[in-house]
Design a protein around this ligand. Structure first.
Ligand code: TRP
Length: 380
C-alpha cells in the first residue's frame, strides 16, 4: 500500500459510516492513526520496515487529523509481569527510537498505555462481547502461547490482551493502524468488537479501524541476520536502530548469504540470501546511482550474482552504505534526545495527557450508550 491508499481507506471508512445517524462520533469522519509497540527492548530494523516507516509516511502525509503512538507497557507486562524494570526502561528506549526515527511530537502524541485508566475500563466492558473460544482462535495468540510455553498455564491477563488492544484502538476512534502483519488478527478482532458493541447498544460510538501493512514481503517479515527466522531480540539475530557503525559493520559482514557461493566466479543464490533480502527491504534505485553506479537497480545486481562473478563482500559493502545512510540521521537524533531526557519526559507527559483526554471522551460515550452513566443521567 502507498500513501494514496490512505485516502481510499478513509473513503471506505466513511462509506462504512453511511448510516443516517451520520456517525457524529467520528466528527467529520476524522482520520486518526493509532499504533504502538510492546516496550520490551530497543527497536530493530524489523520494526522499522515492518511498521515505523509506514507510521512516518502517514504522519508526514498531512492526511491525518490526529496521530497517536502508544507504548503498550501494560500489554508488555502480560508476559513480563515479573520484570517490570525491563518494561519501564524499555519505555524510554522505545521513545528514544521513535523520536530518532522522526516521529514528530508536533504531529504525533506519544503516550504510555498504563497511565490511561480509561483504556482498562473499556476493556472490562468489551470483555463481555468476546467469547473465550474466539480468543482461542486468534492465530497470533495461539502462536504466542506456544512460543512462550504457557501450555495450560496461560495468564488470564495475557489471554485477554487482544481485547485490551481493541480498547487501545477504539478509545481513539482510530481509522488506520499501521502494524506488522502478525497484528492482523488483532485488528480483525477489534473490528468485530466494534460491530458487536454498536449493534448491542444500538449506537455508532465506535469506529472500525483498517490495518496498514508494509509494501513487500521482505518488509513484512524481515528475517534476522542469520536467516533463520524473523528478526528478534531473543534470537540474537537483530540489527538495532541504535547500533553503532562498528556494530552494524560486524553484523552485515557476518550475514547469512549463500553457503555454496564460495568463489567470486561461482553462481550465487538469491533465495534465502539475507543480503539480498535486506536490499529488497531497504534499497532503491537512487542508492545504486549513488553507491554502486555500475548497476542500475537491484534486478541487475541480482542477475550478476546469479550468473557468477560477483562477490559477497561487494554486495555487503553496498548494503552497509545503504543502511548507514538511513541510520546516520537516526543515530544523530537519538544522541540528541539521549542528552535531553527532560525533553523526552515532557513529550511523554504531554502526549499522555492529550491521549487521556480523548480516551476519556470515548469512555463517556461508551457508558452513555450502555446506559451506565448514572449520575450524569440522574443529575440532569
Ligand atoms: N500488540 C502490539 C505488538 O505486539 C502492540 C500494541 C498494543 C498495539 N496495542 C496496540 C499495536 C494497538 C497497534 C494498536 O506490537
Amino acid at each position: 500500500m502507498n500513501v494514496n491508499n490512505i485516502e481510499n481507506i478513509n473513503k471506505e471508512n466513511s462509506n462504512n459510516c453511511k448510516s443516517d445517524k451520520s456517525n457524529k462520533n467520528n466528527k467529520n469522519n476524522k482520520k486518526i492513526m493509532l499504533t504502538g509497540d510492546r516496550p520490551t527492548g530497543k527497536l530493530h530494523l524489523g520494526h522499522y520496515v515492518g511498521s515505523i516507516r509506514q507510521r512516518l509516511e502517514i504522519q508526514n502525509s498531512g492526511e491525518m487529523d490526529e496521530v497517536f503512538i502508544m507504548l503498550a507497557d501494560a500489554q508488555a507486562l502480560t508476559d513480563n509481569f515479573d520484570n517490570p524494570e525491563k518494561v519501564a526502561s524499555s519505555v524510554i528506549e522505545c521513545t528514544l527510537d521513535y523520536l530518532a526515527c522522526g516521529i514528530d511530537p508536533d504531529k504525533a502524541h506519544i503516550f504510555i498505555q498504563s497511565q490511561i485508566r480509561e483504556l482498562h475500563e473499556l476493556t472490562i466492558y468489551y470483555m463481555n462481547l468476546v467469547t473465550v473460544s474466539r480468543v482461542q482462535r486468534n492465530p497470533t495468540v495461539k502462536t504466542e502461547i506456544k512460543l512462550r510455553g504457557f501450555n495450560n498455564n496461560i495468564p488470564v491477563g495475557f489471554f485477554t490482551y487482544p481485547i485490551s488492544q481493541a480498547s487501545d484502538i477504539t478509545a481513539f476512534k482510530a481509522t488506520i493502524v499501521p502494524v506488522g502483519e502478525d497484528q492482523e488478527p488483532m485488528i480483525e478482532q477489534t473490528r468485530e468488537i466494534v460491530r458487536s458493541f454498536n449493534r448491542t447498544y444500538n449506537c455508532d460510538v465506535l469506529v472500525e479501524p483498517e490495518i496498514y501493512l508494509p509494501p513487500n514481503g521482505a518488509c513484512l517479515r524481515l528475517p534476522g541476520i542469520d536467516g533463520q527466522a524473523k528478526m528478534s531480540k531473543s534470537l540474537g539475530n537483530a540489527i538495532y536502530l541504535s547500533d553503532t557503525e562498528e556494530e552494524l559493520k560486524k553484523k552485515v559482514m557476518s550475514m547469512y548469504t549463500d553457503p555454496e557461493h564460495i568463489r567470486v566466479e561461482d553462481p550465487g543464490k538469491i533465495e534465502g540470501n539475507m543480503v539480498f533480502t535486506y536490499l529488497e527491504a531497504f534499497s532503491n534505485d537512487e542508492d545504486f546511482e549513488k553507491f554502486l553506479p555500475e548497476y542500475k537497480n537491484l534486478d541487475e545486481l541480482k542477475e550478476h550474482y546469479q550468473r557468477g562473478g560477483l562477490g559477497d563482500v561487494k554486495v555487503k559493502k553496498f548494503l552497509l552504505k545503504v543502511l548507514n545512510q538511513m541510520l546516520d540521521p537516526i543515530r544523530e537524533r537519538r544522541s540528541y534526545y539521549e542528552n535531553h531526557l527532560d525533553e523526552v519526559i515532557k513529550i511523554l507527559e504531554d502526549g499522555t495527557r492529550a491521549a487521556q483526554k480523548v480516551a476519556g471522551e470515548t469512555l463517556k460515550e461508551v457508558k452513555r450508550a450502555m446506559k451506565i452513566n448514572y449520575f450524569e443521567e440522574w443529575n440532569k
